[in-house]
Design a protein around this ligand. Structure first.
Ligand code: GLU
Length: 467
């Protein structure tokens, strides 16, 4: 049997990290078993679904590199098929028209609550025959009354639900549109999905879906329900805990592989290994090793992982992602050093691409002002002379390389009987605008001769104006 998994988001917002983890686990399972992974957009809720959200899901999947083998399929393209299946269930006697009014149902609910019973439909219309003229009706699935459904969950083990706990759920609304449980069942069946891997917030739907599949004579898929992701306070991870949208993590300077690595470890483990390449994830992934209980999102750990990927990843790959962030800052990377060199120079000190980008602007663009504290400390009386001498010496350099430049700084400190810091720091502030930068030889060689000389001259003028 060839394995088929699916990710089936509803396009009613951004791609949430919880959704991304579901997608990742489904993707990994398919890849590991040489199967197929489908993307299905569940857009039948016409009021809440938006094109913007569809685009955000597709963008998130692309950014994460979770390629799908089939799709994206759109449920709104399948309305005829859903109608056909609803008719089939009616014809078979597995579904029926229900004419109960909202008020009637509301009253039933109130009574049940008052009797401390679980609110459920009482099956009043279950044995009526045929549609009653033009009266508006919903269509309900005739859930079996006896016996039980066992979900052989690949993560949680067998879950047994008695059929008497399940009432007859609505599969078509009064206007004829199908409901979620019906559309999911039809598509999982038609698309020959073998493994339904999804959040355990869907666990209540599963026995109902299994009963509909059985009524349709379809083969049941295997189910795996993933525990939720929680915020640090133990509540389900949501916007109020900070970033939860996949694209927000991109905007905040994370690499997609760091986020994937973080998400794979969230609720899954392979020994005590923390860092997994995509190939290693595929190799080792097993649903049996997914935790049964929920796990909490830990931004510090994600940040640590991101730094590992920035430091140890292929600099050219990191540079490609950095390029987007430079663009966000209005920087044209061709107006300065290669981004690969920037990555090499900054990767030890910066944990995110946003930090690298922000710390590298001066390589491409003149800064507006000096950092006040740094200027006050380093642009002291006499520092203009130091800078003037550096300017003259640098101007003579024909081969602009770090080693030669470093030597000039060291020699000048010696000649002027100054500590190295008294020469290197004013120079650093002059060329970068602040007292923080990579080693001065690397900084100068990346900056290039022209920018270095112009900025030293600017600093000399600035210091002169102070006095
Ligand atoms: N569309 C559903 C959701 O976004 C998921 C359906 C499923 O995975 O069965 O929650």
């Amino acid at each position: 049997m060839s394995i088929k998994t699916r990710f089936a988001p509803s396009p009613t917002g951004y791609l949430h990290v919880g959704g991304a983890r579901t997608a990742l686990f489904s993707w990994l399972y398919a890849r590991k078993h040489g199967g197929k992974f489908i993307l299905r957009i569940e857009d039948t809720d016409l009021e809440r679904s938006t094109q913007e959200s569809v685009d955000a899901i597709l963008e998130g999947m692309t950014w994460l590199g979770l390629e799908y083998d089939e799709g994206p399929f759109y449920q709104t393209h399948h309305f005829d098929r859903y109608k056909e299946v609803i008719q089939q269930l009616l014809d078979q006697g597995d579904a029926y028209y229900c004419y109960c009014s909202k008020e009637e149902l509301e009253q039933l609910r109130t009574e049940q609550m008052a009797n401390k019973e679980k609110p459920r439909y009482n099956g009043k219309c279950r044995d009526l025959s045929g549609p009653k003229g033009d009266r508006e009706a919903v269509i309900r699935f005739k859930n079996p009354v006896d016996g039980a459904v066992t979900i052989p969950d690949l993560i949680k083990g067998d879950i047994v639900v008695a059929n008497k706990e399940l009432d007859d759920l609505i599969i078509a609304r009064g206007d004829g549109t199908p409901t979620y449980n019906l559309t999911v069942v039809v598509d999982d069946m038609d698309m020959k999905v073998t493994h339904v891997i999804r959040g355990d917030d869907h666990i209540n739907n599963t026995p109902r879906q299994m009963n509909i599949l059985k009524a349709l004579g379809a083969e049941l898929p295997k189910y795996a329900h993933l525990p939720m992701i929680l915020g640090p306070d133990g509540a389900r991870l949501s916007k109020r805990h900070g970033a939860v949208s996949v694209m927000q993590f991109r905007d905040d300077g994370y690499l997609p592989e760091a986020l994937l690595n973080y998400l794979v470890r969230l609720g899954w483990s392979h020994g005590d290994q923390e860092i997994f390449s995509i190939d290693e994830m595929v190799e080792h992934f097993a649903l049996e090793n997914v935790n049964v209980s929920a796990s909490a999102f830990n931004t510090e750990k994600l940040l640590w992982l991101n730094h590992q990927y920035i430091m140890n990843g292929d600099p050219a790959h990191v540079a490609r992602h950095l390029s987007w962030h430079m663009g966000e800052l209005g920087i044209d990377p061709s107006s300065g050093p290669s981004l690969v060199d920037i990555v090499m120079a900054q990767r030890e000190r910066c944990k995110t691409l946003v930090e690298i980008a922000a710390a590298s602007v001066y390589f491409y663009k003149d800064f507006d002002a000096y950092d006040e504290k740094a200027a006050k400390k380093n642009f002291t009386a006499g520092s203009d002379e130091v800078l003037a001498r550096l300017h003259d010496e640098f101007a003579e350099v024909t081969e602009w390389n770090g080693e030669a430049l470093h030597q000039i700084v060291v020699n000048l400190a010696e000649t002027m009987s100054l500590g190295l810091g008294k020469v290197a720091q004013p120079l650093r502030v002059a060329v970068c605008g602040s007292a923080v930068s990579p080693a001065i030889d690397i900084t100068l060689s990346l900056l290039g001769k022209e920018k270095t000389l112009a900025r030293i001259q600017r600093a000399i003028n600035h210091i002169k104006n102070l006095n």
